[in-house]
Design a protein around this ligand. Sequence first.
Ligand code: FAD
Length: 385
Amino acid sequence: MSFPRWTEEHEAFRQTVRRFTRDEILPNAEQWQQQGRFPDELIRKAGDLGLLGVRYSARWGGSELDYWYTVILVEELARGRDMGSVVGLLVQCEMATGIIHAHGSDQLRDQWLLPAIKGEKIAALGVSEPGGGSDVAALTTSAVADGDDYIINGSKIFISNGVRADFVTLAVRTGGPGPRGVSILVCPTDSPGYQVGSPLEKVDLHSGDTAELFFDNVRVPRRYLVGEEGAGFGYIMQAFQGERLVLSAMMNSLCRDVLEETLDYMAQRKAFGRPLASMQVWRHRMADLMTRLEASELLSYRAAEELCEGDPQGETTVSMAKLYGAELTRDLVLECAQAHGGYGFMKENYVARCARGVQNWGVGAGTSEIMREIIAKRRMPAGVA
Ligand SMILES: Cc1cc2nc3c(=O)[nH]c(=O)nc-3n(C[C@H](O)[C@H](O)[C@H](O)COP(=O)(O)OP(=O)(O)OC[C@H]3O[C@@H](n4cnc5c(N)ncnc54)[C@H](O)[C@@H]3O)c2cc1C
């Protein structure tokens, strides 16, 4: 029995995304990386094709599909070999908009979600701060109520789409210390007092913009509060499930691409008169990686299934999928770069380019250490963790 059971509808959607990736991303990937930016137009084109609201309500222009379609979307986009733009698209369609879709007022959804799903307004998610990203409950950017407004002060860092965003789904402290003091606001980026630092120079994901954001007495209307005051920490933790699924699917797709390319290379590259692919040491290493990739995909698919069904196990499984995927990506990409010999160190080589930023996969949307914490908390006997 195959798992998952892809239907004709899944396959049709996959073909749509595959064409988009082949026509819009793959041919431009290298140029965008050299320029250090993918065009905003890509987000607009993805919106025109209905790729930015896969799981969202039709009322705001979404397709009302489920996490399986999100997985397909990510798997296909990742084959475009430009993870900077893919991260930008996924922030737009999942990470920065999920909380507004789930908890925002209809007015907020009309004003911000609907144009984001169309690709007309660009979204960013502002959670991490210079003082720390893992401990979300300790964030310090403040929003103080003042008449009909909140006044925001503080800063955020490592924010994807941060340079180009029209609005930020922003985690702020509206109350006392700890998780109960955290709320979510929509912050328009044309608000007076809002400032974007220079784009951060990353070792990889070059086409994507990542920024530090500054808030100096920024006023936003109180109606821009998403859901309830003090409920923001819970919203972020909930939204992390989708983010982690997206990242695990992205890593698996990248690994499959890199592995396939490496197997082709090993079939034609000869050393000491015979193809690398005939040497037992490489055959065994590749067999190990194939096995781990298969396991990683199955874990990710199981997480998708549990998230679709609202199974509470989903939170643990998706953390396992993200952790396992990040460790696999690091090992697989470095091993595949090694199999390319000197070519595995050349910029023109895709595997080498993947190797450059390989440690990043264990950082975003919760680090591997935080994934282990979640798993241990859920699975270790009480009193031990
Ligand atoms: C390319 C990129 C894009 C990003 N995009 C966004 C974005 O769009 N929006 C956003 O809000 N953030 C974004 N981030 C930030 C990302 O979410 C944080 O970097 C991440 O959560 C870790 O936070 P930190 O960097 O402050 O590390 P820290 O929290 O300072 O952690 C440092 C180290 O300590 C470890 N550690 C922390 N706590 C524990 C613990 N309890 N036990 C054991 N080890 C621990 C961590 O695992 C890590 O190895 C992005 C980051 C990158 C690199």
